[in-house]
Design a protein around this ligand. Structure first.
Ligand code: DQQ
Length: 475
């Protein structure tokens, strides 16, 4: 049923081919990620009637391999006269005594309250709990900014949930509740409270889970518009963070959510929002892309590592390989034979003397280059930071044309790995798997397909380069 919609939009030169997105119209946050009978279920915030944010439904897709997805009917839609009559906002999915159960935020007017739904047919259709909302109001003793979005976990025979919130003039928080049946909830306390000047006044989409020997809290703070993670100790139902950082520094990755799969992997998806005008989104008929699934880990030192799932290798087609080349400023193009807009690129660079890259040594990759260079997007490392520079990404002045960067310090002898997934208007960059930047680009020229390496100063060795063209997941 959704196939004709997908086919109608397939010719759009900006529409990703191997990132998940709905058949048409609007998508934002990932919701309710769960593995059920060998299938990964991906729910998402969806306006099925317009490529613009609007009355929220839960879209639904399913996959056995985390790569190819099948659309299923929308899981949730607003019900007039109830707590979710104006929208079914973000939430979480769990297996409660064998019953698939969703906890989501119902919106009625301005009021945001938690609601439940369960399924009796393997997650295909959902019945809302007649007693919704399951919590009548935010804790009366708190002056909260927002009360929405949920994460759940079982602990010592009880369910615990966090609700995203903020304490006015103080900072973002996530409020901890406890229940035995997911219907009756007891409020405990804020699990931690941030400083509004540093980490925002309201935390959307909290997620909380053990990783390594620590716990990680991920939130999407208003007004920061980028997801943050905190690493710390969870004890006595309080979380004490000792490290925090940006989940993805590319300026387009928001409202991430995680799940643990049956292999014990902590998988995360985020919403990649558009970088073009609302009018362009209307004309395109779609808006919003899901990131690739990323595996999280926590090496010693406490900063979050992220890896694309290895299952994506199933999409690799033609392969190009190059090794051991010294790169110098002004050199002739080395990648004249490689081009494309749906590529996986894995490049490893090393300093020539085997130590560290010189300060100010600037080098990297160019993607989506027109033959005359008028359009090109740079992925740049300068010894301190890695950046996606889209100042010349498109001749279309209505698209985002700026530069985002994240810090990346390399240890002596450490090589630089740039692992890039280019999928038409999407770039996902994993730099040494600890500084990630997701970006959106909209080249206007059909011949902006070139690829190259560049060095602005000094000499750098390209240890190896692999480029694969990537197959569509919708074929
Ligand atoms: N998106 C949802 C909210 C959430 C926000 C509404 C984050 O539940 O706070 O579409 O993008």
């Amino acid at each position: 049923m959704t196939q004709p919609l997908r086919e109608k939009l397939a010719a759009d030169a900006h529409r990703p081919q191997y990132h998940f997105l709905p058949p048409a119209n609007w998508m934002n946050d990932p919701n309710g990620l769960i593995q059920w009978q060998d299938h990964y279920h991906l729910f998402y915030q969806h306006n099925p009637n317009n490529p613009a944010w609007g009355p929220m439904h839960w879209g639904h897709a399913v996959s056995q391999d985390l790569v190819h997805w099948t659309d299923l009917p929308n899981a949730l839609a607003p019900t007039p006269g109830t707590a979710d009559e104006d929208g079914c906002w973000s939430g979480y999915a769990v297996n409660h005594q064998g019953t698939p159960t969703l906890l989501y935020t119902g919106l009625r007017g301005q009021i945001q309250l938690p609601c439940l739904a369960t399924s009796r047919d393997n997650l295909l259709t959902w019945q809302k709990y007649a007693g919704n909302p399951v919590i009548a109001s935010p804790p009366p003793e708190l002056d909260v900014v927002g009360f929405r979005d949920h994460t759940l976990w079982p602990e010592n025979g009880a369910w615990y949930q966090l609700i995203g919130s903020g304490i006015r003039d103080v900072g973002g928080t996530a409020l901890l509740y406890q229940s035995s049946d997911l219907k009756r909830w007891q409020y405990l306390h804020p699990i931690t409270i941030g400083d509004k000047n540093e980490t925002g006044e309201m935390w959307e989409c909290p997620d909380f889970f053990p990783l390594g020997d620590k716990h990680v809290l991920i939130v999407s703070p208003i007004p920061l518009r980028r997801a943050l993670y905190f690493v710390g100790i969870y004890a006595d139902h309080h979380f004490t963070p000792d490290v925090h950082g940006t989940v993805d520094a590319g300026g387009h990755f928001y409202a991430p959510l995680t799940m643990q799969d049956e292999n014990g992997r902590r998988l995360m998806w985020g919403w990649l929002w558009e970088g073009r005008s609302e009018q362009a989104q209307q004309e395109a008929g779609w808006a919003g892309v899901m990131s690739l699934p990323r595996i999280l880990s926590l090496p010693p030192g406490g900063s979050l590592s992220q890896f694309p799932v290895p299952e994506l290798a199933a999409l690799r087609n033609h392969h190009f390989h190059l090794a051991n080349i010294d790169l110098t400023p002004g050199m002739a193009p080395v990648l004249a034979d490689v081009s494309g807009d749906t590529l996986e690129i894995l490049a490893e660079f090393e300093p020539l003397d085997g130590g560290v890259f010189d300060a100010g040594q600037t080098f990297g990759l160019k993607v989506r280059c027109s033959p005359d260079g008028a359009e090109q997007t740079l992925i740049v490392y300068d010894g301190q930071e890695v950046a996606v520079d889209r100042q010349r990404a498109s001749l279309d002045v209505e698209t985002h044309r700026d530069r985002y960067s994240g810090p990346l310090q390399l240890a002596s002898g450490e090589t630089l790995t740039l692992h890039v997934f280019l999928d038409r208007s999407v770039i996902e960059l994993f730099a040494n798997y600890r500084t990630c930047l997701a970006s959106r680009i909209y080249p206007s020229r059909p011949d902006s397909l070139g690829l190259d390496l560049f060095v602005r100063s000094g000499r750098v060795r390209l240890k190896s380069l692999d480029v694969w063209s990537m197959a569509s997941i919708w074929a």
